[in-house]
Write a protein that binds this ligand. Structure first.
Ligand code: BES
Ligand code: ZN
Length: 455
């Protein structure tokens, strides 16, 4: 392994430069206007995979954004790893809060600053480079590898989910390796074994058939913004629980072992609040912060639209208002069932003087991977070798919707080898990725391929 490791260390600068080119492509999946950029980005990364040494590299077109695939299956008798990542990124707004244009990456303080630097271009790219380092130094890989990179993770992975059903054989593997999560703390190698699911809804409230003068009509006609705010308010009770009937019915109870494991991680609520500039934390009564984020379902309003939002003042009673409301789900909640309960509940909460429309935007299932799989054990050894520290196990509050489908359809464990930090501002202005973590990630990936080849 020494030659591979040394090769990576001596080439890190050019790896960073290649990553910068990757980041420069504004692959925002949710924007219709960026369709061409998505195709360009798929071509870029498929070339990188090809040049790294992978065979049969192919771009599969879908009803949405393209899927990039590549394989190298010349290690008969050895396990097969499927490496998953996403080349799409989140929108960049609010633009004025960025210190540099989001798709013009800047290196400062040992970090790459740009949209996608971390989530997930930087994180997924580590595996392309570790594979390349094996080919360059040894001419082969220690096991079989398949790459699958999608462009719809940030919008729910609808087309990859379909692709999985029709290409089960192509994707068959012994483990799924993913870097798209966070480390517990800087310098602490982390394997994540659980992700929350997600259910994303939109609620639109309509009052009068047109915008009205708030003086001539205010007080006599229901205001959709006021009514929507009342509904949102009633979605939680005073103990921080969601009020949707049956919301908690299928939630798996935390085991004592898991609770104890979390306690051992010594989470500091004080620091957590401090870095966010909030006076105190709040959430569901009876649970610690880590339990709330990693293991409990939650409900949040992500955006609210309505009325006059420009600078200045306008006296208006708007005809419509809408809200984007998402729920993070945990095993064994079923997003489809919860969607029905949510809609019923919102209708029940609404006043008769307004009309309510409820739509599901997308959903994904929660997941907990078995901690005792060979793949997770190999990943713990690998990350510990790279970082020179003991690896910790965490769950995460975020979601990667396709992970459950991978595990079920391919009957293989997922290994979440995260390289981001909570403080990296993913989905937010000034997203960044530590170059140190990029390098340690490539090393972790190389050690993993080596370790897992031995099982
Ligand atoms: N990389 C994140 C997932 C993540 C973030 C895991 C933080 C752990 C910690 C991923 O790209 C993401 O943001 N996923 C979306 C999925 C959704 C749009 C279906 C999410 O969690 O909001
Ligand atoms: Zn991501």
């Amino acid at each position: 392994m020494d030659s591979v490791i040394n090769y990576i260390k001596s080439n890190i600068n050019s790896y960073v430069n290649e990553l910068l080119d990757y980041i420069r492509i504004p692959s925002i999946s949710t924007l219709e206007s960026h369709k061409n950029e998505m195709q360009r980005c798929a071509e870029f990364i498929s070339n990188k995979i090809k040049n790294a040494g992978m065979n049969s590299v192919e771009i599969f077109q879908t009803e949405g954004h393209p899927i990039v695939y590549g394989e190298w299956l010349e290690a008969p008798g050895k396990p097969t790893v499927l490496i998953y990542g996403h080349y799409d990124v989140q929108p960049v707004d609010p633009l004025e809060l960025w210190n540099n244009p989001p798709f013009e990456p800047v290196i400062k303080d040992g970090k790459i600053w740009a949209r996608g630097a971390n989530d997930d271009k930087g994180q997924a790219f580590v595996h392309v480079k570790s594979v390349e380092a094996f080919f360059k130094t040894k001419g082969k890989l220690p096991l079989n590898v398949k790459f699958i990179l999608e462009g719809e993770e940030e919008i729910g992975s609808e087309n990859l989910t379909k692709f999985l059903s029709t290409h089960q054989e192509l994707l068959r593997c012994d483990a799924i390796l993913i870097s798209d999560t966070n480390m517990y703390q800087p310098g602490v190698p982390t394997i994540t074994y659980g992700l929350r699911g997600l259910l994303y809804m939109e609620v639109e409230v309509t009052g009068p058939n047109r915008d009205l003068h708030s003086g001539s009509f205010g007080g006599a006609v229901a205001n959709p913004i006021n009514e929507l705010a009342k509904i949102i308010y009633k979605l939680h009770d005073k103990n921080g629980k969601a009020t949707i009937p049956n919301f908690y019915k299928d939630v798996l109870k935390l085991t004592k072992t898991e609770r104890d494991n979390f306690k051992r991680l010594k989470h500091s609520d004080k620091n957590f609040a401090k870095v966010l500039d909030v006076k105190e934390l709040q959430g569901e009564k009876g649970f610690t912060t880590l339990e709330r984020i990693w293991t409990r379902p939650t409900l949040d309003c992500n955006g609210i639209i309505g009325g006059f939002t420009e600078k200045g003042a306008k006296t208006v009673l708007p005809s419509k208002a809408s809200a984007k409301i998402s729920m993070r789900l945990v095993p064994n909640q079923d997003p489809k069932k919860i969607a029905k309960e949510f809609e019923k509940h919102v209708r029940a909460l609404a006043s008769k003087s307004i009309k309510v429309d409820v739509r599901t935007l997308h959903y994904g299932y929660p997941v907990v991977a078995p901690l005792n799989s060979d793949a997770i054990k190999a990943a713990a050894v690998a990350t510990s070798k790279a970082f020179g520290k003991k690896t910790v196990y965490t769950r995460e509050g975020g979601s990667i919707p396709v992970v459950v489908d991978f595990m079920k359809k391919l009957n293989a464990p997922a290994v979440l080898m995260g390289l981001g930090l909570d403080s990296d501002n993913i989905h937010s202005p000034n997203e960044h990725f530590r170059i140190e973590n990029f390098e340690l990630g490539i090393l972790s990936s190389a050690y993993f391929l080596d370790e897992f080849s031995k099982v």
